[in-house]
Design a protein around this ligand. Structure first.
Ligand SMILES: Cc1ncc(C[n+]2csc(CCOP(=O)(O)OP(=O)(O)O)c2C)c(N)n1
Ligand code: SF4
Ligand SMILES: [Mg+2]
Length: 281
Protein backbone atom coordinates (compact mmCIF):
# COMPACT_ATOMS: atom_id res chain seq x y z
CA UNK A 1 0.00 0.00 0.00
CA UNK A 2 2.77 2.37 0.94
CA UNK A 3 4.42 1.95 -2.45
CA UNK A 4 1.17 2.84 -4.25
CA UNK A 5 0.91 5.92 -2.09
CA UNK A 6 4.49 6.86 -2.80
CA UNK A 7 3.93 6.41 -6.51
CA UNK A 8 0.82 8.54 -6.32
CA UNK A 9 2.72 11.28 -4.59
CA UNK A 10 5.68 11.08 -6.92
CA UNK A 11 4.76 13.89 -9.23
CA UNK A 12 7.58 13.17 -11.63
CA UNK A 13 6.50 9.58 -12.17
CA UNK A 14 2.84 10.53 -12.53
CA UNK A 15 3.63 13.39 -14.87
CA UNK A 16 5.48 11.03 -17.16
CA UNK A 17 2.64 8.52 -17.00
CA UNK A 18 -0.28 10.86 -17.42
CA UNK A 19 1.01 13.93 -19.23
CA UNK A 20 -0.26 17.06 -17.57
CA UNK A 21 -3.18 15.28 -15.93
CA UNK A 22 -1.67 15.77 -12.49
CA UNK A 23 -1.87 19.50 -12.89
CA UNK A 24 -5.34 19.64 -11.45
CA UNK A 25 -4.97 16.95 -8.77
CA UNK A 26 -3.71 17.89 -5.32
CA UNK A 27 -1.11 15.78 -3.54
CA UNK A 28 -3.62 14.65 -0.94
CA UNK A 29 -4.70 11.06 -1.42
CA UNK A 30 -8.53 10.93 -1.63
CA UNK A 31 -10.01 9.51 1.57
CA UNK A 32 -13.12 8.11 -0.10
CA UNK A 33 -13.98 4.39 0.08
CA UNK A 34 -12.53 2.26 -2.73
CA UNK A 35 -15.14 2.11 -5.52
CA UNK A 36 -16.92 5.33 -4.52
CA UNK A 37 -18.43 7.16 -7.49
CA UNK A 38 -16.73 10.38 -6.47
CA UNK A 39 -13.44 9.25 -8.02
CA UNK A 40 -15.17 9.31 -11.42
CA UNK A 41 -16.50 12.80 -10.76
CA UNK A 42 -13.15 14.36 -9.90
CA UNK A 43 -11.57 12.53 -12.80
CA UNK A 44 -14.07 14.30 -15.07
CA UNK A 45 -13.35 17.62 -13.35
CA UNK A 46 -9.55 17.23 -13.78
CA UNK A 47 -9.98 16.49 -17.47
CA UNK A 48 -12.43 19.35 -18.00
CA UNK A 49 -10.03 21.85 -16.37
CA UNK A 50 -7.16 20.55 -18.43
CA UNK A 51 -9.08 20.81 -21.70
CA UNK A 52 -10.27 24.33 -20.85
CA UNK A 53 -6.69 25.18 -19.84
CA UNK A 54 -7.89 26.91 -16.68
CA UNK A 55 -5.16 28.41 -14.52
CA UNK A 56 -5.00 26.95 -11.01
CA UNK A 57 -4.84 30.38 -9.48
CA UNK A 58 -8.08 31.35 -11.22
CA UNK A 59 -10.12 28.39 -9.93
CA UNK A 60 -11.94 28.24 -6.60
CA UNK A 61 -13.67 25.04 -5.47
CA UNK A 62 -16.20 25.58 -2.67
CA UNK A 63 -17.89 22.78 -0.75
CA UNK A 64 -20.10 22.13 2.27
CA UNK A 65 -19.81 19.08 4.55
CA UNK A 66 -20.06 15.37 3.74
CA UNK A 67 -17.97 12.96 1.70
CA UNK A 68 -18.71 15.23 -1.29
CA UNK A 69 -17.66 18.18 0.85
CA UNK A 70 -14.11 16.88 0.92
CA UNK A 71 -13.68 17.40 -2.82
CA UNK A 72 -11.67 20.66 -2.78
CA UNK A 73 -8.97 18.93 -0.71
CA UNK A 74 -8.20 16.70 -3.69
CA UNK A 75 -8.08 19.45 -6.32
CA UNK A 76 -5.11 21.61 -7.19
CA UNK A 77 -6.87 24.97 -6.99
CA UNK A 78 -7.96 27.41 -4.35
CA UNK A 79 -10.61 25.82 -2.17
CA UNK A 80 -13.00 26.48 0.66
CA UNK A 81 -14.47 23.65 2.77
CA UNK A 82 -17.30 25.57 4.40
CA UNK A 83 -20.22 24.66 6.69
CA UNK A 84 -22.91 22.06 6.07
CA UNK A 85 -25.22 23.33 3.31
CA UNK A 86 -23.29 26.51 2.68
CA UNK A 87 -21.33 25.93 -0.51
CA UNK A 88 -23.73 28.03 -2.59
CA UNK A 89 -23.81 31.23 -0.49
CA UNK A 90 -20.02 31.21 -0.05
CA UNK A 91 -19.51 30.58 -3.77
CA UNK A 92 -21.94 33.42 -4.59
CA UNK A 93 -20.13 35.88 -2.33
CA UNK A 94 -16.83 34.89 -3.85
CA UNK A 95 -18.02 35.29 -7.42
CA UNK A 96 -19.61 38.66 -6.69
CA UNK A 97 -16.37 39.90 -5.13
CA UNK A 98 -14.04 38.37 -7.74
CA UNK A 99 -15.79 38.10 -11.08
CA UNK A 100 -12.53 37.12 -12.77
CA UNK A 101 -12.38 33.76 -10.94
CA UNK A 102 -13.93 30.49 -12.15
CA UNK A 103 -16.04 29.27 -9.26
CA UNK A 104 -17.25 25.70 -8.71
CA UNK A 105 -19.52 24.66 -5.84
CA UNK A 106 -19.72 20.99 -4.78
CA UNK A 107 -22.35 19.40 -2.55
CA UNK A 108 -23.90 16.05 -1.69
CA UNK A 109 -27.65 15.48 -1.85
CA UNK A 110 -28.01 16.06 1.90
CA UNK A 111 -25.85 19.16 1.80
CA UNK A 112 -27.49 20.67 -1.31
CA UNK A 113 -31.13 19.72 -0.95
CA UNK A 114 -31.57 19.15 2.80
CA UNK A 115 -29.81 21.60 5.08
CA UNK A 116 -28.72 23.83 2.16
CA UNK A 117 -31.89 23.51 0.06
CA UNK A 118 -32.96 27.11 0.72
CA UNK A 119 -30.01 28.53 -1.22
CA UNK A 120 -30.70 26.89 -4.55
CA UNK A 121 -33.72 29.00 -5.65
CA UNK A 122 -31.85 32.24 -5.04
CA UNK A 123 -28.61 31.49 -6.87
CA UNK A 124 -30.80 30.27 -9.75
CA UNK A 125 -33.16 33.24 -9.93
CA UNK A 126 -30.25 35.68 -9.66
CA UNK A 127 -28.40 33.63 -12.29
CA UNK A 128 -25.01 34.03 -10.63
CA UNK A 129 -22.26 32.85 -12.93
CA UNK A 130 -20.93 29.70 -11.24
CA UNK A 131 -21.03 25.95 -11.71
CA UNK A 132 -22.71 23.71 -9.15
CA UNK A 133 -22.04 19.95 -9.03
CA UNK A 134 -24.56 17.94 -7.03
CA UNK A 135 -23.10 14.55 -6.05
CA UNK A 136 -26.37 12.61 -5.68
CA UNK A 137 -25.88 9.21 -4.05
CA UNK A 138 -29.32 9.46 -2.35
CA UNK A 139 -27.83 8.89 1.09
CA UNK A 140 -25.88 10.65 3.84
CA UNK A 141 -22.55 8.94 3.21
CA UNK A 142 -20.25 10.61 5.72
CA UNK A 143 -22.57 10.07 8.69
CA UNK A 144 -23.14 6.39 7.84
CA UNK A 145 -26.15 5.91 5.63
CA UNK A 146 -29.12 7.93 6.86
CA UNK A 147 -31.98 8.82 4.48
CA UNK A 148 -31.50 12.02 2.49
CA UNK A 149 -33.86 14.22 0.48
CA UNK A 150 -33.42 11.96 -2.57
CA UNK A 151 -33.63 8.54 -0.89
CA UNK A 152 -36.39 6.51 -2.60
CA UNK A 153 -39.70 5.93 -0.81
CA UNK A 154 -39.60 2.76 1.36
CA UNK A 155 -35.85 2.21 0.99
CA UNK A 156 -34.34 0.84 4.20
CA UNK A 157 -31.57 3.04 5.60
CA UNK A 158 -29.80 3.41 8.94
CA UNK A 159 -32.27 6.13 9.99
CA UNK A 160 -35.32 4.29 8.58
CA UNK A 161 -34.71 0.57 9.16
CA UNK A 162 -38.28 -0.33 8.18
CA UNK A 163 -38.27 1.95 5.14
CA UNK A 164 -38.10 5.65 4.24
CA UNK A 165 -41.60 7.15 4.67
CA UNK A 166 -40.79 10.28 2.63
CA UNK A 167 -41.26 11.04 -1.06
CA UNK A 168 -37.89 11.92 -2.64
CA UNK A 169 -37.18 15.29 -4.23
CA UNK A 170 -36.52 15.40 -7.96
CA UNK A 171 -33.40 17.62 -8.32
CA UNK A 172 -33.86 18.36 -12.03
CA UNK A 173 -37.51 19.35 -11.57
CA UNK A 174 -36.46 21.67 -8.76
CA UNK A 175 -33.67 23.28 -10.77
CA UNK A 176 -36.04 23.90 -13.69
CA UNK A 177 -38.78 25.22 -11.42
CA UNK A 178 -36.27 27.74 -10.05
CA UNK A 179 -35.50 28.92 -13.60
CA UNK A 180 -31.91 27.68 -13.61
CA UNK A 181 -30.36 28.76 -16.90
CA UNK A 182 -28.22 25.60 -17.42
CA UNK A 183 -29.48 22.21 -16.20
CA UNK A 184 -27.77 18.90 -16.94
CA UNK A 185 -27.40 15.40 -15.60
CA UNK A 186 -24.15 13.43 -15.55
CA UNK A 187 -23.04 9.99 -14.38
CA UNK A 188 -20.00 9.20 -12.24
CA UNK A 189 -19.46 6.02 -14.28
CA UNK A 190 -18.95 8.03 -17.47
CA UNK A 191 -16.16 10.55 -16.73
CA UNK A 192 -15.73 11.35 -20.43
CA UNK A 193 -19.41 12.33 -20.81
CA UNK A 194 -19.37 14.17 -17.49
CA UNK A 195 -16.24 16.06 -18.57
CA UNK A 196 -18.09 17.43 -21.60
CA UNK A 197 -21.00 18.51 -19.40
CA UNK A 198 -18.66 20.24 -16.92
CA UNK A 199 -16.99 22.10 -19.77
CA UNK A 200 -20.33 23.27 -21.22
CA UNK A 201 -21.52 24.27 -17.74
CA UNK A 202 -18.34 26.22 -17.01
CA UNK A 203 -18.49 28.09 -20.31
CA UNK A 204 -22.17 28.93 -19.73
CA UNK A 205 -22.60 32.53 -18.59
CA UNK A 206 -24.96 32.09 -15.64
CA UNK A 207 -25.83 29.55 -12.96
CA UNK A 208 -25.12 25.97 -14.08
CA UNK A 209 -26.61 23.01 -12.24
CA UNK A 210 -25.20 19.50 -12.82
CA UNK A 211 -27.05 16.64 -11.16
CA UNK A 212 -24.63 13.70 -10.96
CA UNK A 213 -25.83 10.12 -10.43
CA UNK A 214 -23.26 8.36 -8.27
CA UNK A 215 -23.19 5.35 -5.93
CA UNK A 216 -22.31 5.17 -2.24
CA UNK A 217 -20.80 1.69 -2.35
CA UNK A 218 -20.57 1.43 1.44
CA UNK A 219 -24.05 2.43 2.62
CA UNK A 220 -26.37 1.73 -0.31
CA UNK A 221 -26.54 -1.88 -1.44
CA UNK A 222 -29.94 -1.67 -3.19
CA UNK A 223 -30.66 1.61 -4.98
CA UNK A 224 -27.84 3.52 -6.70
CA UNK A 225 -25.46 0.58 -6.96
CA UNK A 226 -23.02 0.48 -9.88
CA UNK A 227 -25.02 -2.44 -11.30
CA UNK A 228 -28.37 -0.64 -11.16
CA UNK A 229 -26.94 2.59 -12.51
CA UNK A 230 -25.21 0.81 -15.36
CA UNK A 231 -28.50 -0.80 -16.35
CA UNK A 232 -30.59 2.37 -16.14
CA UNK A 233 -28.36 5.26 -17.20
CA UNK A 234 -28.65 6.25 -20.85
CA UNK A 235 -27.65 9.23 -22.97
CA UNK A 236 -30.29 11.80 -23.87
CA UNK A 237 -30.60 12.74 -27.51
CA UNK A 238 -29.76 16.45 -27.81
CA UNK A 239 -32.87 18.30 -28.94
CA UNK A 240 -35.56 20.90 -28.60
CA UNK A 241 -35.84 20.36 -24.83
CA UNK A 242 -32.61 22.32 -24.39
CA UNK A 243 -34.44 25.53 -25.35
CA UNK A 244 -37.95 24.52 -24.28
CA UNK A 245 -38.79 24.57 -20.58
CA UNK A 246 -41.94 22.46 -20.97
CA UNK A 247 -40.08 19.76 -22.89
CA UNK A 248 -37.26 19.85 -20.31
CA UNK A 249 -39.83 19.47 -17.52
CA UNK A 250 -41.27 16.42 -19.25
CA UNK A 251 -37.80 14.83 -19.24
CA UNK A 252 -37.36 15.75 -15.57
CA UNK A 253 -40.69 14.11 -14.75
CA UNK A 254 -40.41 11.00 -16.89
CA UNK A 255 -36.71 10.19 -17.20
CA UNK A 256 -34.67 10.07 -14.00
CA UNK A 257 -31.65 8.36 -15.61
CA UNK A 258 -31.13 10.28 -18.87
CA UNK A 259 -27.74 12.04 -18.95
CA UNK A 260 -26.86 15.09 -21.00
CA UNK A 261 -27.86 18.74 -21.20
CA UNK A 262 -31.55 19.09 -20.31
CA UNK A 263 -32.06 22.84 -20.48
CA UNK A 264 -29.82 25.69 -21.65
CA UNK A 265 -30.95 29.31 -21.84
CA UNK A 266 -28.12 31.03 -23.70
CA UNK A 267 -29.73 34.47 -23.86
CA UNK A 268 -30.47 35.36 -20.27
CA UNK A 269 -27.84 37.73 -18.83
CA UNK A 270 -26.05 36.69 -15.65
CA UNK A 271 -26.33 38.69 -12.44
CA UNK A 272 -23.30 40.92 -12.81
CA UNK A 273 -24.27 41.88 -16.37
CA UNK A 274 -27.75 42.76 -15.12
CA UNK A 275 -26.25 44.97 -12.39
CA UNK A 276 -23.94 46.69 -14.88
CA UNK A 277 -26.75 47.45 -17.31
CA UNK A 278 -28.96 48.80 -14.50
CA UNK A 279 -26.17 51.05 -13.27
CA UNK A 280 -25.73 52.48 -16.76
CA UNK A 281 -29.38 53.55 -17.11
C1 LIG B 1 -25.10 21.66 10.96
C2 LIG B 1 -24.72 20.22 10.75
N1 LIG B 1 -25.68 19.28 10.84
C3 LIG B 1 -25.37 17.98 10.65
C4 LIG B 1 -24.08 17.62 10.37
C5 LIG B 1 -23.74 16.15 10.18
N2 LIG B 1 -23.54 15.81 8.79
C6 LIG B 1 -22.31 15.84 8.25
S1 LIG B 1 -22.30 15.37 6.64
C7 LIG B 1 -23.97 15.09 6.68
C8 LIG B 1 -24.74 14.60 5.47
C9 LIG B 1 -23.89 14.35 4.28
O1 LIG B 1 -24.67 13.81 3.24
P1 LIG B 1 -24.51 14.33 1.76
O2 LIG B 1 -24.61 15.80 1.70
O3 LIG B 1 -25.48 13.59 0.92
O4 LIG B 1 -23.00 14.00 1.41
P2 LIG B 1 -22.28 12.59 1.19
O5 LIG B 1 -21.61 12.29 2.50
O6 LIG B 1 -23.29 11.59 0.82
O7 LIG B 1 -21.29 12.89 0.11
C10 LIG B 1 -24.52 15.39 7.92
C11 LIG B 1 -25.93 15.24 8.28
C12 LIG B 1 -23.11 18.63 10.28
N3 LIG B 1 -21.83 18.37 9.99
N4 LIG B 1 -23.46 19.92 10.48
S1 SF4 C 1 -19.28 6.55 2.53
FE1 SF4 C 1 -20.19 6.37 0.48
S2 SF4 C 1 -20.09 8.47 -0.39
FE2 SF4 C 1 -18.67 8.36 1.36
S3 SF4 C 1 -16.68 7.86 0.46
FE3 SF4 C 1 -17.64 5.94 1.12
S4 SF4 C 1 -18.71 5.19 -0.72
FE4 SF4 C 1 -18.26 7.35 -1.07
MG1 LIG D 1 -25.14 11.92 -0.25
Amino acid sequence: MESIKEAYLDEKLETVRQGDFLKYRSKDLPTWCPGCGYFGIIDAWYKACREMELKHEDIVAVSGIGCAGRTPIFLNSYGFHTLHGRSIPVACGLKLAREDLTVFAFAGDGDALGIGGGHLPHVARKNINLTFLLFDNSIYGLTKGQSSSTTPFEMKTSSHPVGNPDTPLNPIKLALAYDTSFVARGYAGDPEGLKEIIKAATLHQGFSFIHILTPCVTFDKENKTWKNLKEKVHTLTPGIHEQDMEAAMRIAQNDQYGVGIIFHDKNRPHYQDVLRSMNKS
